[in-house]
Design a protein around this ligand. Structure first.
Ligand code: THU
Length: 133
């Protein structure tokens, strides 16, 4: 699978970040089952708890357009190192991820990225299956 497009879209989305409090820009791009890529940035709030992360912005955009299955997600922060999804975002990713091997792509720049599986970033996730017992 070629992730070039997804990576470029995450980098572009980062420019839209609304982060006057942290000044930490984050961009994400989520590929869904209909083949559409939804992008997202972090959106902060004066009441800090109202902040939404870039990954959740992208995922919620896709789901609110009728998608349910996340095929891959790319994420870029604002440092020289890789930015991993926060704990809340990992849990939200777990709700829609296609399977445990779905690619979570951590991006440093367009040429440097690291592909993790969902299971690697959230082993033993609590999901709706756990509620069925
Ligand atoms: N942030 C994200 O957008 N995604 C993450 O997974 C980590 C944190 C944002 C939230 C906040 O706007 C800023 O980064 C600093 O925490």
């Amino acid at each position: 699978m070629e992730y070039k497009d997804l990576i470029e879209k995450a980098i572009e989305a980062r420019e839209k970040a609304y982060c006057p409090y942290s000044n930490f820009k984050v961009g994400a791009a989520a590929l869904f089952e209909d083949g559409t890529i939804y992008t997202g940035c972090n959106i902060e709030n004066a009441s800090f708890g109202g902040t939404n992360c870039a990954e959740r912005t992208a995922i919620f955009k896709g789901v609110s357009e009728g998608n349910k299955t996340l095929k891959a997600l790319a994420l870029i922060g604002d440092t020289k190192t890789y930015t991993y999804p926060c704990g809340i975002c990992r849990q939200v990713i777990s709700e829609f991820v296609e399977n445990k091997d779905t690619a979570i792509i951590l991006v440093k720049n367009k040429d440097e990225y690291m592909i993790k599986t969902f299971e690697e970033i959230l082993p033993g996730a609590f999901t709706k299956k756990d509620l069925e017992n």
